[in-house]
Design a binder for this molecule. Structure first.
Ligand code: E4P
Ligand code: PEP
Length: 450
């Protein structure tokens, strides 16, 4: 039986329009935008309310220490990079990391891609200047093109439709890969054996051997590996472009409540989490599990005010705080936030993003990060939660399944000179396949040391 929505709830979905919406493009043709958003509103949802509810329950478990979230994917997906190979490599990397983390944490790992919608980027500056020419900054493929020409950089609403269709085909392949046998535990374990057989990663041999023995033990006990051929895999992106999120928001017929059906999980970024801004207002009105990025300027009062707005009733799994303080600050700044939120009592799931607080520019001019800083922030995140008796609920990582050279360090020792070899990201640097697996193995080492 379907439940009729409350008209006030429907009207509230447009209240954001009266608030300041940061980081939105300056659309040159509002009539063209309206035609596109009208069309988007008629297209099928990309995800279903029931899936978002299932994820909320899993994130609640992560918040209690009964599961662990692994969220990973590109800084910015691009239309041209959405190929079967790229999607497969990313999923493969996340699944490989998840097996290692499942073993290390002895917990189920909730697998989530920054995929099938991660097309809009907040930028530090609205414009970019090259050789005396100033144009709008690239804001992600859903808004404008990367090429440095006035045509490409002009925001084009048709891109919203392309983002929708590209996300739909990405999700289709994700669902096929994660339910059709590709994700089988035995297969993923074999890939990990391949990784650790490389002498560069000898250090991780012991953990790999332990996992191997655990799997043999399961087999000897008659474990049903057939049942381990499928995994749940969730989609997520930054809920930045409200002209995309609004038309993809639908009323669930079972509950009569609105869900943003562009993804299972959407997060509010560090640059758009203003308490009275459009983003916080909009996402307070949808039922999905929601994340908020918290950078080093966040105060305990900000965190409580975000809970008041986004999860006033304290529903477990509804709100995830993704902290991204920077390796040098996490040990100083995170404790006060966690203490204040813990004293409040309403549950949040704490997740560490060790990428966005650790950006540097290399001597040769590349926007990069150091693998050692990434690991140090993860270590600091675990240390703080252990010291306070609170739960480190997961990791949020920018990664790719390919052999790019964007982040310095790791056992491959990518140095400044090597960044030029395969620097492909259009905005921020990502861990490559090997660095992502190293991170997972090093997290196991951290968990053991604590
Ligand atoms: O991914 C995060 C932000 O979009 C990014 O760091 C902004 O980069 P910018 O400072 O080059 O604009
Ligand atoms: C922009 C991002 O992060 P933050 O909001 O933390 O800067 C991001 O995750 O792509």
């Amino acid at each position: 039986m379907s439940v009729q929505p409350d008209p006030q709830v429907i009207a509230g979905l447009d209240a954001w329009r009266d608030r300041l919406a940061a980081q939105q493009p300056d659309w040159p043709d509002h009539e063209a935008l309206r035609r596109v958003t009208d069309r988007l509103a008629t297209l099928p949802p990309l995800v279903f309310a029931g899936e978002a509810d299932a994820l909320r329950a899993q994130l609640a478990a992560a918040g209690r220490g009964e599961a662990f979230l692994l969220q990973g994917g590109d800084c910015a997906e691009t239309f041209s990079e959405v190929t079967a190979d790229n999607i497969r490599n990313k999923i493969k990397t996340i699944l490989q990391m998840a097996v290692v983390l499942t073993y290390g944490a002895s917990l189920p790992v909730v697998k989530m891609g920054r995929m099938a919608g991660q097309y809009a980027k907040p930028r530090s500056s609205d414009t970019e200047t090259r050789d005396g020419v100033t144009l709008p900054a690239f804001r992600g493929d859903i808004i404008n093109g990367f090429e440095f020409t006035p045509e490409a950089r002009t925001p084009d609403p048709q891109r919203l439709l392309e983002a929708y269709h590209t996300s739909a085909s990405t999700l289709n392949l994700i669902r096929a890969f994660t339910t059709g046998g590709f994700a089988s535990l035995l297969r993923v374990h074999e890939w990990n054996r391949g990784f650790t057989s490389n002498p560069a990663y000898k250090r991780y041999d012991q953990v790999a051997n332990e996992i191997d023995r655990a799997i043999r033990f399961m087999a000897a006990c008659g474990a049903d590996f057939e049942a381990l051929r499928s995994v749940d895999f969730y989609s997520s992106h930054e809920g930045l472009l409200l002209d995309y999120e609004r038309p993809l928001t639908r009323i669930d017929s079972l509950s009569g409540l609105p869900y943003d059906c562009s993804a299972h999980f959407v997060w509010i970024g560090e640059r758009t989490r203003h308490l009275d801004g459009a983003h916080v207002d909009y996402f307070s009105r949808v039922q999905n599990p929601i994340g908020v990025k918290l950078g080093p300027t966040t105060t305990g009062d900000d965190a409580i005010a975000l809970i008041d707005r986004l999860n006033p009733a304290g529903e477990p799994g509804r709100l995830t705080f993704v902290t991204r303080m920077g390796a040098g600050k996490v040990r100083d700044l995170l404790p006060a936030l966690v203490e204040k939120v813990t004293a409040d009592g309403r549950p949040v799931t704490w997740v560490c993003d060790p990428m966005h607080g650790n950006g540097i520019t290399s001597e040769s001019g590349y926007k990069t990060r150091r693998f050692s800083d990434v690991m140090d922030e993860v270590a600091g995140f675990f240390e703080v939660h252990r010291a306070l008796g609170t739960v480190p609920g997961g990791l949020h990582i920018e990664l790719t399944g390919d052999d790019v050279t964007e982040v310095m360090g790791g056992s491959e020792e990518i140095d400044d000179a090597r960044l030029a070899e395969r620097y492909e990201t259009l905005v921020d640097p990502r861990l490559n396949h090997q660095q992502s697996l190293e991170l997972a193995f090093q997290v196991v080492e951290l968990l053991r040391a604590s």
